[in-house]
Design a binder for this molecule. Structure first.
Ligand code: HEC
Ligand code: HEC
Length: 239
């Protein structure tokens, strides 16, 4: 026969198990959490621009995060430490404060990146990142290929072309209409310069004179031919 005391103890154990199952069991993955940045303008997660491991079908501007802590340089050699690389993303794209002023986010991110060193096949080699500053207007381009490439490279932020359905938020432009609106032909913009703007923006993101928070696409992740296909798909005269 179990004593009253033993029964009581097992009830206590049961109720604390229930409490435990109601409490958040695991901490939210900081790479999937836009609120690690306190900026109310931020809609990005680290995982918006970076994959972990192989097999992500998206064309992503940022390098894989597994193995990143073991690499010897970052951002194509422009940044010397992994923490500096993360700080750039956190501050520039996610509009966070510098990581040393957000110690909690800093600690969570570095702990997570450290865990990812042990992902099987972790990518520890330096990842090349060629920034294209001199862009040429797109030549040719295949609309059908562009449709699929748009989905893989642009659609996970911008949503569907023309409607923006599924886009990250209202500040993520609807393509190509918002671009046409901000560059009206009345101000001397020709179709050719408009098409060139897509290439320019994709290559430079929110750097080199462009405002905003969009990331740049290096030539390693998106070739000039692929970009020309995307522009052919977005061509406002062909909707
Ligand atoms: C809007 C897109 C975007 C977001 C959001 C973003 N990054 Fe990045 N990240 C980039 C780009 C572009 C680069 C430069 C290309 C590269 O080196 O990967 C980069 C570079 C890096 C690198 C250096 C990789 C290397 O080998 O050069 C690390 C590490 C990194 N980011 C971590 C993070 C973390 C952690 C977060 C979330 C706090 C984050 N990033 C959020 C786009 C982004
Ligand atoms: C990581 C998210 C993200 C990805 C991926 C992305 N963009 Fe953007 N893009 C944005 C955001 C946010 C804005 C608005 C803020 C800004 O201008 O930076 C923007 C703005 C733009 C604009 C300016 C529109 C205007 O109002 O004039 C163009 C053009 C553009 N993107 C093209 C592209 C193309 C082409 C691709 C794919 C090759 C792409 N973007 C991929 C986030 C993204």
């Amino acid at each position: 026969m179990r004593s009253a005391r033993a029964r009581m103890l097992s009830n206590v154990a049961l109720s604390s198990a229930l409490v435990a199952s109601c409490a958040p069991a695991v901490e939210r993955d900081p790479l999937e959490d836009p609120t690690i940045s306190r900026s109310r303008f931020n809609a990005f997660r680290c995982a918006t621009c970076h994959a972990v491991g192989e097999g992500d079908a998206r064309i992503l501007p940022g390098a894989r995060l597994d193995g990143a802590l073991a690499r010897s340089s970052f951002w194509g050699g422009a940044i010397g430490t992994a923490r500096g690389a993360v700080d750039e993303c956190f501050g520039h794209f996610m509009r966070g404060d510098a990581l040393d002023r957000e110690p909690e986010a800093d600690a969570r991110l570095l702990r997570r990146l450290s865990e990812l060193r042990s992902v099987r096949g972790a990518l520890t080699d330096v990842v090349p990142f060629t920034v294209v500053t001199q862009t040429a207007p797109p030549v040719g381009g295949d609309r059908e290929r562009g449709r699929a490439l748009y989905g893989r490279a642009c659609g996970y932020c911008h949503g569907a072309a023309h409607t923006g359905e599924g886009r990250l938020g209202v500040t993520t432009s609807i393509l190509p209409e918002d671009t046409e609106r901000s560059h009206p032909s009345a101000s001397g913009y020709t179709l050719e310069t408009l098409r060139h703007t897509f290439v320019h923006k994709a290559r430079l993101g929110s750097f080199n004179g462009f405002a905003g928070t969009m990331p740049p696409f290096s030539r390693e992740v998106l070739s000039d031919d692929e970009l020309a296909d995307i522009v052919a798909y977005l061509d406002p005269t062909l909707r």
